[in-house]
Each structure stands twice: as C-alpha cells, then as structure tokens.
Write a protein that binds this ligand. Structure first.
Ligand SMILES: NC(=O)c1ccc[n+]([C@@H]2O[C@H](COP(=O)([O-])OP(=O)(O)OC[C@H]3O[C@@H](n4cnc5c(N)ncnc54)[C@H](O)[C@@H]3O)[C@@H](O)[C@H]2O)c1
Ligand SMILES: O=C(O)[C@H]1O[C@H](OP(=O)(O)OP(=O)(O)OC[C@H]2O[C@@H](n3ccc(=O)[nH]c3=O)[C@H](O)[C@@H]2O)[C@H](O)[C@@H](O)[C@H]1O
Length: 401
C-alpha cells in the first residue's frame, strides 16, 4: 500500500506546534483562536457555508458533524442524513491512504446535495473549536479513522494518530461543549480478533486483537467507556463487518480484485491453516447506513459530568453485520459472473498480516434495540458495486489505482 501523508499534517490552520490536549479545550485555546484569525477557516463565507450545511430541516432537528465524511461510509451516511432533512457538516483530512481523487469525487457528490466538507484533521483543536462555535451540534457521527488491517504493519503511527489521539481529541471537545452532543462512532468487527466462538456476540471476549488496527478500535471502546463514565457523554460504538458497495474503498479485497481481474492480473486468495476456508460476513453499505441512522435516532442526550444527578449516560456497542459469512473464493466467483471475466486465482497461505480467518456477526442486539435488519445478499450488493465501478472507472475513463 501507498505512502500516507504525514499523520501530523494539520488542516489549513498553521499551528506553531501540534495541537496539545490543552489547545483542544475550548476554554483554553488562545493559541488556537489566534491562529484562526489568519486562517482560511475564518470569514463570513466560511461561517455561512458551515451554518447552511448544518442547519436541520427535519422533524428530528439533528445537526450532525460527520467526521470522515469524504470516506466510503461517511459519504453514504452524510447523503442519507441530508436526504432526510438533517443538518450535516463533514470534516475530513483527505489523506492519501488511497486515491484522494476518489474522496474528492465523493465530496463533489455531497456538495451537490448541500453537504459541505471542511478539510481538516480531527486532531486540530482550533478547528474543532471553530466548528463548535458556529454550530451547536446535537450529534457527532465519528467515522474518521485509519482503516485497513494490513496497512498497520506499514504505517503504525497513522493508526495511533487517527484512531486513538483523534478519537480523544473529538471526545475532549464533546465533553467541553454545552450542550454536549451524542456520539455514534465506528468500531470494527476486527475487535473479535482471534475469537473462535461464532457467531460473534457483543458479550464475547475482545482481548485478542490480530492487528494494530483492531487494537486501536478496541482501545477506542475502552476510551469511550471512560468518557461516558467521567463526563456523562452518550456514546454508541458500531462494530461494522467488512462493508462493501458503490463508492467503496480501493484497499479492500472486493474492490482491488475487481480492478485486477479487469486488468487480467492474478489475485491472491488467502486460505487458513490446513487449507481452511477464509470467510467474511460481507455487509452492504445501504444496510450499514440504516444501522448508523438507527443508532443516531435512538441515541439519548449526554448527561454531562453531573451525570450522577441526571442518571448515567447511554453507553452502547452493536454488531452491524450481515449474519451470512461467505468464503472469499465465492466472492471471486460472483465477481467472475458479474464482470464476465475468469479470475487468475493465486491461492496462498494467509500471511500473518493482521487478517483473521473468519467473521460472523450475531446481530440480535442491534435487531432488538435498533430495528436493524440487513436485507442485501452478497450477489445483489456486488451487482450494485460492479455497476458503479464500471460507470465510474470504465465509462468515466478514470484510472483505478
Ligand atoms: N469499510 C469497512 O469495511 C469498515 C469495517 C469496520 C469498521 N470500519 C470503520 O468505519 C469507519 C469508516 O470507514 P471507511 O470504510 O469509510 O473508511 P475510509 O478510509 O473510506 O474513510 C475514513 C475517512 O476518514 C478520513 N480521515 C482519516 N484520518 C483522519 C483524521 N485524522 N482527520 C480527519 N479525517 C481523517 C479519511 O481521509 C477518510 O476519508 C472507520 O472508522 C473504519 O475504521 C470500516
Ligand atoms: O470488518 C472489519 O472490521 C474490517 O473490514 C475490512 O477488513 P477485511 O475484512 O480484512 O476486508 P478486506 O481487506 O477487504 O479483506 C476481505 C477478505 O479478503 C481476504 N484477502 C484480502 C486481501 C488479499 O490480497 N487476499 C485475500 O484473500 C482477507 O483475508 C479477507 O478474508 C476493512 O478493511 C477493515 O478496515 C476493517 O474495518
């Protein structure tokens, strides 16, 4: 995988030093506020765009800050919230983990529907202060992260920067603002790691991560517990299971298999020890979006640090999967039919690279409490992905990297 922009790359604000925990506190951000006066984040045009984008027009009256809005899941969730009439403001640093032109294309799509994405880093305390000054967000949908299990061996610090420091930066803000927003954020099925009990239930152990990515998501769940316990923040973690679909992520297998099959290149298909089948509970993006919206809709208000008086704030974790694992070889067979191309399969032993052999979600908790019910099988979902892929890359003559 590619080089990634320096994890400490700030947004457009020129800070003299990286934002420190104190500079991310709205009450003590003099340095941050000074730097904002000279930044492109200030001025009436900027504030107007932010306000307009975040203004709710629905009966729910939500103003949602979506971090990672130019990402795969962030784009779909933002578009869906906006369609429903919620106020949505995006925040994304457009890093180069995968082709940033795809993130820009998603941004264009969102802008057409009235969603503005501010370019900046979740670790940028001054920027968060500015955005929360302009908009009293009712909810934060926190999706910004360094994703991908295998890339963690190449660039571990990017995971610490975005998934740990970045999460803390966002929660520090949320705890300090009044009113505190409710937060829904993306954890991952990878927290189940080497767990062998299937299907994976929220009650199962999650202390055997197989990758640094998984370890940072597990750490995120513990961090969420702390901010809920001390500061009364309402927090909901969603464990997504291998999400796929149109506008997806080029680093994921279904995406680069498609690209390489169309180019006539061979594709590596991992098998587990003793020729065991590797399978995933592949989950279609539209089902994930429904789960995200249901989590936002059922999120209770944060109770603040006076939580004891008002009762404890909500703390939830849900699996969002498809409950129907499919072997990776079968995924390739479906792609062969849809693309009308015979894959050059290179079956190989799974390297010790952070991958796990199997995932399978038990979704009964999400079903009961969120009304979550995935409806898309892998063939139907991949058909929609392939249609998008061909129109975006082949008809649109874009180069797939
Ligand atoms: N797609 C999946 O299969 C899957 C599965 C489980 C969990 N997740 C989680 O869901 C979330 C969304 O995943 P995705 O598939 O859309 O990934 P994505 O990489 O497409 O989206 C993440 C976005 O966050 C942005 N970002 C990263 N670090 C940032 C930072 N420090 N500041 C601001 N923006 C930053 C990136 O530029 C990117 O646009 C992530 O938290 C990911 O870990 C995804
Ligand atoms: O649900 C999650 O929590 C995670 O979902 C996703 O991880 P994974 O399920 O590992 O998806 P992905 O890389 O597409 O590999 C799919 C399958 O192809 C196999 N695989 C992969 C590469 C390869 O060259 N060959 C191969 O057989 C591989 O062994 C695997 O069986 C997200 O990327 C990640 O961000 C994380 O959030």
């Amino acid at each position: 995988m590619k080089h990634i922009d320096s994890p400490s790359t700030p947004g457009k604000i020129k800070m003299e030093k990286s934002p420190s925990p104190s500079s991310s506190n709205p009450a003590s951000s003099d340095l941050s506020r000074r730097s904002l006066r000279t930044s492109s984040y200030s001025g009436p045009d900027f504030e107007k765009r932010v306000r307009q984008s975040a203004k709710p027009r629905s009966r729910h009256g939500m103003s949602v800050l979506v971090t990672g809005a130019a990402g795969f899941v962030g784009t779909h969730v933002s578009a869906s919230l906006k369609r429903r009439g919620e106020g949505v403001l995006g925040l994304d640093n457009f890093n180069s983990y995968y082709d940033p032109s795809l993130k820009r294309a998603r941004q264009t799509l969102l802008e057409r529907s009235g969603v503005y994405i501010v370019e900046g880093d979740i670790n940028d305390g001054a920027l968060l202060a500015k955005l929360f000054d302009i908009v009293p967000f009712t909810h934060v949908m926190h999706l910004a992260a360094q994703a991908g299990v295998r890339f963690a061996m190449e660039n571990p610090s990017s995971y610490v920067h975005s998934n740990i420091a970045g999460l803390v930066s966002v929660l520090e803000f949320c705890k300090n603002v009044n009113p505190q927003p409710a937060i829904v954020w993306a954890s991952s099925s990878s927290v189940y790691g080497l767990n062998t009990k299937v299907p994976f239930s929220e009650r199962d152990r999650t202390d055997q991560p197989a990758s640094l990515y998984a370890a940072t998501k597990k750490a995120g769940e513990e961090i969420a517990h702390t901010y809920n316990h001390i500061y009364g923040l309402s927090l909901t973690g969603l464990r997504f299971f291998t999400v796929y679909g149109p506008w997806g992520r080029p680093d994921m297998a279904y995406f680069f298999f498609t690209r390489d099959m169309l180019k006539g290149k061979s594709i590596p298909i991992f098998e587990a020890v003793n020729h065991g089948t590797v399978a995933r509970d592949f989950t279609f993006i539209e089902d994930i979006v429904k789960g995200c919206l249901a989590a936002l809709d059922t999120a209770e208000k944060s109770t603040g640090s006076g939580g004891k008086k008002k009762g404890p704030a909500q703390l939830r974790v849900y699996n969002l999967g498809n409950t129907s694992p499919v072997p990776v070889g079968d995924l390739v067979s479906i792609l062969e039919k849809l693309l009308k191309v015979k894959a050059k399969r290179l079956v190989m032993k799974m390297p010790r690279n952070g991958d796990v052999p199997f995932t399978h979600a038990n979704i009964s908790l999400a079903e009961r409490e969120l009304g979550y019910k995935p409806t898309t099988d892998l063939h139907t979902g991949l058909k929609k992905f392939v249609q998008w892929y061909l129109s975006y890359y082949v008809d649109g003559k874009k180069s797939a990297q």
